[in-house]
Design a protein around this ligand. Structure first.
Ligand code: NAP
Length: 243
């Protein structure tokens, strides 16, 4: 039976690659915020791979956007099987000495609160799904100190904890896991990292390369398909951080 999936931030990068990888035979809500053209491209690739795509626009840095995404999905389906909470971003590099309240709110709203609220809103639809699961997105920045990305790391660290809490609370009905990407070569770093910084990341990584979106998408696929894993966060980082 076709799975019904919601993938947030599926216009570019990891989310888009996950939509392409999971497309075959499935029905996918492709969420985006500003990158409409890229989202249309993802949708047409999902269709080429034998899936059905619905585009949904919402700004997830606020409560209204999360509610709007929920409303759009719930008028089109009364069940979902997979929720991938992938939308997120660093927002702004900022040193600890210059932290401002408004920046803290923006970073946590986009990376933490949106995942929390969307998950909460969509649980009733997931409960009607088949082998339903949620996959969240944290970051290597939550694992070790990441100077100028400390806020972002803390916001993702909250998702790591939220993942385990939800997994315990929603079991056995819904599995909840997460991926923690390392340095992945996506539009994310076009905004936040210089080419020199990217080269340095690569040199510091034991596997001597930065990741590709597909490296993370394959881990998400694994978590969707393996139904004896819950409360786990899989690191996909080329060894840059080892637990
Ligand atoms: N790349 C890395 O090295 C790395 C490492 C660790 C964790 N991550 C995490 O992995 C996830 C995917 O990132 P990526 O690397 O694939 O970067 P990306 O290509 O920049 O993708 C980010 C996605 O999030 C969406 N998004 C951003 N701001 C939004 C907002 N206000 N409302 C709704 N959606 C919004 C974007 O949509 P629009 O473009 O349509 O606005 C886009 O689809 C993020 O949660 C990121 O924090 C990435």
């Amino acid at each position: 039976m076709a799975k019904i999936m919601v993938i947030t931030g599926a216009s570019t990068g990891i989310g888009a690659e996950t939509a392409r990888l999971l497309a075959e035979g499935n029905r996918i809500f492709i969420h985006y915020n500003v990158s409409r053209e890229a989202a249309e491209q993802t949708a047409s690739e999902v269709q080429e791979r034998g899936g059905t795509a619905h585009l949904v626009q919402a700004d997830l840095s606020g409560e209204a956007g999360c509610n709007a995404l929920y409303s759009e999905v719930s008028v089109m389906t009364n069940r979902i099987d997979v929720l991938v909470n992938n939308a997120g971003g660093l927002v702004q590099r900022q040193g600890i000495r210059e932290l401002e309240w408004s920046l803290m709110e923006r970073v946590f709203a986009l990376n933490t609160f949106s995942t929390m609220l969307l998950s909460s809103l969509l649980v009733p639809l997931l409960e009607k799904g088949t082998d339903p699961c949620i996959v969240n997105t944290t970051s290597i920045a939550a694992r070790h100190g990441a100077p100028t990305a400390t806020l972002y790391g803390a916001a993702k660290g909250a998702i790591d904890s939220f993942t385990r809490g939800m997994a315990a609370e929603l079991a056995p009905a819904i599995r909840v896991n997460a991926v923690a990407p390392g340095v992945i070569d996506t539009p994310f770093h076009e905004r936040y990292s210089t080419p020199q910084r990217m080269k340095q990341f690569q040199e510091n990584t034991p596997l001597k390369r930065n990741g590709q979106a597909a490296d993370v998408a394959r881990a998400i696929q694994f978590l969707v398909e393996n139904n004896f894993i819950t409360g786990e966060t899989i690191d996909v980082n080329g060894g840059l951080f080892m637990r």
